[in-house]
Design a protein around this ligand. Structure first.
Ligand SMILES: Nc1ncnc2c1ncn2[C@@H]1O[C@H](COP(=O)(O)OP(=O)(O)OP(=O)(O)O)[C@@H](O)[C@H]1O
Ligand SMILES: [Mg+2]
Length: 693
């Protein structure tokens, strides 16, 4: 086992034992060596003294060659166990006499003369000494000691030394095992504490500080560290708890939101269903309402003309009121229909390129009577070179019409101005239409909902000025449809500025053509075709419509043939070969689309222009099937008259020129003031007031 890996306890004991052991051994060995050396010194001195005595005693015997006396002298050495041999040499170096201890094994003696004094030879101490008599050398003495005393002393000392080392080692072990606790105890305690902390992960425990030494300070440091960890741990736990709580809350929130989302989705679906149902209801209702309105407006117009001819001015006014109310109602129905179409995403754009300035001028001219009704001054500022724009002209007109009609409605004795200019923004050309008035203005709260449908500033305004709150909503949606925008700046009492930005080139999918475009597209009749240029065939299942159309067209000088069903219409068309056919769509058995199909499929009848006169708002379908024009009921009689005239001119081989025809038609009209071509500026004009080129 590696010493370094021993436990601190053992290391401490080992160090103590080794240190103390080494100290004991070194000190004892020093003492022993010193003692043994001193003892050797004293032994050699002792032997020298012995040699002196023996030499002195045997000097006379040597001088007188008395060997026996000398032998006796040497024999005295028997008392000394350690002297193993002694020799007396003559001056010549011969052995004179000798002595060997009884127990000694040695018999050979060194030959003299050798250096005087003592010397250690192997395990023996030997001495050579001159034997003198009266200062005269008579021989040499040799003494040899086996150092028995020294050996036994060394052995004894070694035994004592070993015992001492063992005993002191034992005591050192006991003492060190007791004392090492002073150091290892706190360290082991520290280790235990550390183990406990890491096992239990509890940072509340503390190590006990035993002493004020380095280990004590180490324990203090460890405890401080534990406190910090404990604090952080507590904070961490706290944060963790908060996190868990927050996670739980968030989970709850997610569940709640999911439920909400589900509810919202259901609500959205329900709202969409309701919206669809509403749109369908509105569409149906509007169609249902249009039919009686058709009669009301048509008959009141007819009656107005007749009453006017009779000179009953009072009744004319009443009839005009009926007409006005009817047209207002019609305008409402059209608005509601438009909104439902926009909401259902069925409102398409009929894009065409048109000159801006003439369009504005024409609009202002048409609206001028209404604009100056409240004694307002009208100003028009058109930028130079306004040029053309590509957009849905009907919708552009509608937007401007709504803004202008609001301006005149809410301004009294003030100024209304129309500003139009062209600008370029990020490479795109924009047309800006601005309608400014000095009227009642709008406050901030009212502005917030201004562009929402059925929203009017407040009840009093609704009561005072009338209206339904649909004009701006429709304008806003139309502008959006053409990727433009409307904004308003206004202060109560300071007037308002409505600004419309429209792209100069609206890029929407073309869903159809405008009635105006198609209306101008009267098919050319083959010159040789034989047709009855005075006869118009009216196909409609509604007797009211048939009656009204007949009366109106008869007044214009035409011969009218009416058919109550599609089949009858087809038969009559063959029979009379009319100048124009007016065709309703919704009819029992064979509807207008089928009749149109059959008319266009028959080579004899295909050239007869067909004007659709219906409540069904699907002009693209009509044009696709070959209709020449598309009119929504109640029919705009002026426009119908002009359309028929155009067809007549095209098909006629010039019996009359257009002027003569117009003059003749005017003469035929009961209303000499041109009332029939007078256009009432209401929103339903967007269907009927499109210019006919
Ligand atoms: N030029 C304006 N000056 C002051 N208030 C205006 C002006 N234009 C619009 N408003 C306010 O905004 C409301 C909404 O206008 P909007 O054209 O949508 O509806 P309306 O004119 O009340 O009714 P409708 O146009 O359907 O006949 C108006 O009732 C009016 O309170
Ligand atoms: Mg309005």
């Amino acid at each position: 086992m590696n010493l370094k890996d021993l436990s601190i306890k053992r290391k401490l004991m080992l160090i103590t034992m080794l240190t103390s052991g080494l100290a004991v051994v070194l000190s004892s060995a020093g003492f022993l060596i010193y003692d043994l050396i001193s003892f050797r010194q004293s032994l050699s001195q002792d032997l020298m003294t012995q040699a002196e005595i023996i030499g002195y005693n045997s000097a006379a015997a040597m001088a007188f060659k008395d060997e026996s006396a000398a032998t006796v002298t040497l024999s005295a050495l028997q008392a000394k166990d350690d002297i193993v041999s002694a020799v007396l040499y003559t001056r010549e170096g011969k052995i004179f006499t000798q002595y060997v201890h009884a127990k000694a094994a040695r018999r050979d003696f060194p030959s003299p003369p050798q250096a005087r004094g003592y010397r250690f030879e192997g395990s023996y101490l030997e001495v050579f000494r001159d034997v003198t008599l009266n200062g005269e050398p008579v021989g040499t003495l040799f003494l040899q000691s086996d150092m028995r005393q020294w050996n036994s002393r060394a052995k004894r000392y070694a035994t004592i030394f070993l015992s001492f080392v063992l005993i002191s080692g034992f005591f050192a072990l006991i003492v060190s095992s007791k004392l090492q606790k002073l150091i290892s105890g706190p360290i082991l305690h520290l280790e235990d504490t550390m183990r406990m902390v890491s096992a239990t992960k509890s940072y509340e425990v503390r190590a006990t500080r035993f002493y004020g030494d380095e280990i004590g300070r180490l324990i203090d440091g460890f405890n401080t560290m534990l406190s910090e960890i404990q604090q952080r741990d507590t904070a961490l736990h706290h944060a963790n708890d908060e996190l868990q709580t927050r996670t739980l809350e968030l989970e709850g929130e997610i569940v709640h939101r999911k439920e909400m989302q589900k509810e919202l989705l259901n609500a959205k679906h329900a709202a969409e269903d309701a919206n669809r149902a509403k749109s369908a209801f509105l569409a149906n209702m509007s169609h249902e309402l249009r039919t009686p309105l058709n009669a009301i407006i048509g008959y009141s117009e007819m009656l107005e003309e007749e009453t006017h001819e009779l000179g009953k001015v009072e009744s004319v006014k009443d009839l005009q009121k009926i007409q006005k109310a009817g047209k207002h109602l019609l305008s409402l129905i059209n608005d509601v229909l438009d909104l439902s179409k926009i909401e259902a995403g069925r409102m398409g754009l009929h894009l065409e390129t048109f000159e801006i300035s003439p369009m504005i001028e024409e609009m202002v001219a048409t609206l001028r009577p209404a604009l100056s009704k409240n004694c307002n001054t009208v100003q028009v500022h058109l930028a130079e070179q306004l040029g053309v724009m590509r957009a849905d002209i009907t919708k552009v007109r509608q937007i401007l019409f709504n803004l202008l009609s609001n301006a005149c409605k809410f301004t009294d004795h003030g100024t209304i101005s129309v500003d139009v200019n062209r600008s370029s923004d990020q490479g795109e050309e924009w047309i800006r239409f601005q309608v400014t008035d000095s009227g009642i203005g709008i406050n901030a709260k009212q502005k917030a909902n201004l562009f929402q449908e059925f929203t009017q500033a407040d009840v009093s305004i609704a009561r005072k000025y009338g209206g339904t709150g649909l004009g701006l909503a429709i304008s806003y949606r139309y502008a959006r449809l053409m990727k433009g925008r409307i904004s308003v700046e206004s202060e109560p009492g300071q007037g308002s500025v409505f600004t419309v930005h429209l792209p100069a080139k609206v890029t929407a999918e073309i869903t159809g053509a405008t009635p105006a475009e198609k209306a101008s597209d009267v098919p050319a009749a083959s010159p040789g075709m034989k047709s009855n240029l005075d006869t118009i065939l009216v196909i409609d299942d509604d007797s009211t419509v048939r009656d009204l159309m007949s009366r109106f067209l008869t007044k214009l000088g035409f011969h009218v043939v009416a058919a109550a069903s599609g089949e009858e219409g087809l038969r009559l068309a063959k029979q009379v070969n009319p100048l124009v056919v007016t065709l309703d769509v919704i009819m029992p058995d064979c509807d207008g689309w089928a009749v149109l199909n059959k008319l266009k499929a028959d080579p004899e009848l295909a050239e007869i222009p067909v004007i659709m006169v219906t409540v069904v708002d699907n002009e693209s379908m009509g044009f696709e099937l070959g209709a020449s024009s598309y009119m929504i009921k109640p029919v705009d009689r002026d426009r119908l008259a002009i359309l028929i005239e155009k067809h007549r001119l095209t098909r006629s081989s010039a019996v009359m020129d257009a002027q003569a025809f117009a003059a003749s038609r005017r003469d035929a009209s009961p209303k000499k003031d041109g009332g029939r071509v007078k256009r009432t500026a209401t929103r339903n004009d967007r269907k009927t007031a499109a210019p006919i080129k």
